[in-house]
Design a binder for this molecule. Structure first.
Ligand SMILES: [Zn+2]
Length: 316
């Protein structure tokens, strides 16, 4: 803060307006932002969320509510995907050996289970995506200076790209060489959606870690960065191990015999897939717990930001 004949001036180094991002350096503190009229004093209170634009922090809180709800839904689906087939096998064995009768489940039961599971997971993913879109909205303070490769920007672009894969897959289906193999088509779709998903997940966690420092909660920040580092390798490994078996069955066997027999390779990738999937499930539960901590913190900061900005500006 510099004092002049006109009164106190803001610092000669960069100071951004919390509402519009206008550079407020060397302006009289008692004035308002020349761009949007927000009292300059409100932008001098640091970059804590509780001292940021109340409308933006409220949007973060709303987004985090959706994010928690969507991730909870997806986790329930993921647990069911693990537990239900297991219970089915155990139940079948109990009936066959314990009662000496085999049970014959009609095929429509599997169809209903598959489509209701798929539908539930899709709803979970859509709610999570809406939450993610709200949580990654730009802090108005950064509107004139943010890099296009910031975690927040990358997360939003990858989210858009993930949904763009759906119409794009329809276009790819029209290509003649794709239609010869369902496995290759499915592989391309899984690879593109999976890559976008991995980028959304890791970049969003990176952005949340930035917000954690502004809560401020440094333990939460380091836990979030640890989750991001884990998912950064685990999700690509899961996608690759899911892709290898269908690709092997889609390619004709080599004339001279392959170096590794496809059956062996499929079993190995299948085991790696299960181990990594279980790891991701555990990691997701940890992440969910942290997402709930963000949820509580964002709602608290939103209330504080509202109160702080309605207080009369400090005057010398
Ligand atoms: Zn402004």
């Amino acid at each position: 803060m510099v004092t002049s004949d006109q009164g106190s001036l803001t610092s000669p180094t960069e100071l951004r307006c919390i509402t519009c991002g206008y550079d407020l350096r060397s302006l009289p503190i008692e004035q308002s932002c020349p761009e949007c009229g927000t009292p300059i004093e409100l932008s001098l209170r640091g970059d804590l969320l509780s001292r940021s634009d109340p409308a933006w922090v409220a949007r973060l809180a709303r987004g985090q509510s959706l994010l928690v709800l969507g991730v909870r839904f997806c986790l329930i689906c993921m647990v069911c995907a693990f537990v239900i087939p297991f219970l089915g096998v155990v139940g079948g064995l109990v009936f066959a050996f314990g009662f000496g009768i085999g049970i014959n489940i009609p095929s429509w039961v599997f169809d209903v289970a598959f489509w209701s599971f798929g539908g539930a997971l899709f709803i979970g993913v859509v709610v999570t995506s809406l939450g993610c879109a709200l949580v990654t909205t730009q802090d108005p303070r950064d509107s004139l200076r943010e890099s296009s490769t910031s975690n927040r920007n990358v997360a939003r672009k990858a989210l858009f790209a993930m949904y763009a894969c759906i119409p794009a897959s329809g276009v790819v289906w029209l290509l003649p060489f794709v239609r010869t193999s369902h496995q290759i088509y499915g592989g391309i779709f899984l690879l593109s959606v999976g890559t976008c998903f991995a980028v959304v997940l890791v970049a969003s966690l990176g952005w949340l870690a930035v917000l954690a420092a502004r809560i401020p909660d440094h333990d939460l920040r380091s836990r979030t960065m640890k989750s991001a580092r884990f998912f950064r390798w685990a999700v690509p490994v899961l996608i690759l191990t899911a892709l290898i078996p269908p690709m092997l069955s889609a390619t004709p066997p080599a004339a001279g015999g392959a170096l590794i027999r496809p059956g062996v390779l499929s079993s190995v990738t299948g085991c790696v897939f299960l181990v990594v999937a279980a790891g991701i499930l555990i990691g997701s539960f940890r992440m969910y717990k942290d997402l709930r901590t963000y949820h509580t913190a964002f709602h608290r900061c939103a209330t504080e930001a509202n109160t702080a900005n309605s207080e009369p500006p400090l005057t010398d």
